[in-house]
Design a protein. Structure first.
Ligand code: HEM
Length: 423
């Protein structure tokens, strides 16, 4: 196969580098082979061609979903995500699902969630003393936010039961190798087998989710994303079924939990090492807060690639690529290009306030095209509210050197969990 150049090391070695030191691996591949480059890992069965030039990234985001579907990359999640899941659909069905799901994430309706998020964030940060592993705490907080703001859980038993069931189900999903193995051997060998345990966790989780849907339906109104999703009507004016709502809630959970927690942990990791930025954040300028959020997402994106599998040959960057390969917009490399981002590795929110401001087209932490993150406005608002609550916190790093990036399931996290000393 005539593919762009890339490391010759065995796939096993590339997989280890991809998982354990993704930033260093991508940097080395780019320095040695330029753009585009081909990597081979066990992450996908096919080789993956990475692109980072903005023109080529745009070509990938514009590929016809009939030729380059994204849903197939999530196929292993089907047993958990469900048949209606936006993650698994492509083409017309996917667009229809996106139109339905995006209603709660716009304008006034979305901004109305901000005070609740702010309150949950203040409650979380108010208890911090001594050494704090921010990644663990942000996983907890972003889940509380999803339970309260997305599912509409009002605390007490409903929240406790849901939290426990989500953690049980996500625990299985997070261990990707186990998930892949289960997707291959989906045989129920009794409740003690991995697949059997997984099925039980999902069944328990589904029963609770369907209860939540029934309760929100009965309440009529309410101030959650689910309450707004209940107002959806399809092209024939029909309301969504319970199973469909269940799949939407799971997509929001899978899309929005680990990614937001990782991004916030990186924010703490960066702020602890840039006291000047943290001090300026304390002055309360909303423009600067926005700049900090954008800069964290640029310099430490939680997702490094947006992959598509080619079902037919396609031409990208003037090269003919064969069917069967994966092509990916490499979000991480695209936002580290020195030609677009001077001192690209530096954490410098000020760059967003200078004239000329960076070109927003090359800022792609949420991907792009028809698959761009459906929760991006929510994610940015969540980060703003948490960082606003953190503005007066006194934090310093446990060790002075920057934390390195490592993969945890689908996202990239700081390798010591974004640990800081508070107080
Ligand atoms: C900072 C946090 C987040 C980051 C960095 C992030 C990033 C991304 C990226 C890169 C994609 C894939 C884009 C592509 O393949 O082109 C994606 C998809 C998605 N995200 Fe996010 N995301 C974040 C938070 C959220 C939140 C909070 C939600 C929901 C409340 C969410 C829901 C989704 C969904 C449903 C998809 C699938 C969209 C589709 O397939 O059409 N994400 N996200």
């Amino acid at each position: 196969m005539d593919l762009p150049p890339g490391p010759r090391a065995p796939a096993a070695w590339q997989t280890i580098a991809w998982m354990a030191r993704p930033a260093a691996f991508l940097r080395r591949v780019h320095a040695r082979f330029g753009d585009p480059a081909t990597i081979r890992t066990y992450w996908t069965t096919e080789p993956m061609v990475l692109f980072s030039h903005p023109d080529h990234v745009r070509e990938i985001f514009r590929l016809d979903p009939a030729i380059a579907p994204a849903g197939q990359s999530w196929e292993f999640l089907r047993p958990f995500a469900g048949a209606h899941s936006i993650l698994l659909l492509d083409g017309e069905e996917h667009l229809r699902e996106r139109r339905l799901m995006q209603t709660p994430f716009h304008g006034e309706r979305m901004r109305a969630f901000a005070p609740t998020i702010a309150e949950l964030a203040r409650g979380e940060l108010g208890g911090w003393r001594g050494r704090v592993v921010t990644l663990e705490r942000m996983r907890h907080l972003t889940l509380e936010i999803i339970l309260r703001v997305v599912f509409g859980a009002q605390g007490g038993e409903e929240t406790d039961d849901l939290r426990e069931a989500v953690e049980g189900a996500l625990g299985s999903v997070r261990s990707l190798p186990r998930m892949l193995a289960m997707a291959l051997v989906q045989r129920d060998l009794g409740p003690a087998s991995p697949w059997g345990r997984f099925r039980l966790a999902v069944e328990r989780f589904d029963a609770l989710l369907l209860d939540v849907v029934a309760r929100r339906r009965a309440e009529r109104g309410g101030d959650s994303v689910l309450a707004l999703l209940l107002e959806q009507r399809d092209d024939d004016g029909n309301p969504p079924t319970d199973r469909h709502l269940r799949d939407q809630l799971v997509a929001l959970l899978v899309g929005g939990h680990d990614s937001s927690a990782a991004s916030l942990a990186w924010a703490f990791e960066r702020l602890a090492r840039h006291p000047d930025v943290h001090a300026r954040l304390g002055e309360g300028d909303p423009g600067y807060l926005d700049a900090v959020v954008r800069e964290v997402l640029r310099v430490r994106p939680a997702l490094t690639i947006a992959p598509r599998r080619l079902l037919e040959p396609a031409r990208i960057a003037g090269r003919e690529l064969p069917a069967g390969v994966q092509v990916a917009a490499c979000l991480w490399l695209a936002m580290r290009r020195e030609d677009l981002w001077p001192a690209a590795g530096a954490f410098r929110p000020e760059r967003w306030l200078e004239d000329p401001a960076p070109n927003p087209m090359s800022w792609i932490p949420f991907g792009g095209g028809v698959r761009r993150c459906a929760g991006a406005p929510f994610a940015e608002m969540e980060m703003r509210e948490v960082l606003r609550a953190a503005a007066d916190l006194r934090i310093r790093p446990v060790r002075p050197e920057a934390e390195r990036a490592q993969r945890s399931m689908l996202v990239v996290v700081p390798d010591r969990g974004g640990e800081v000393i508070v107080g």
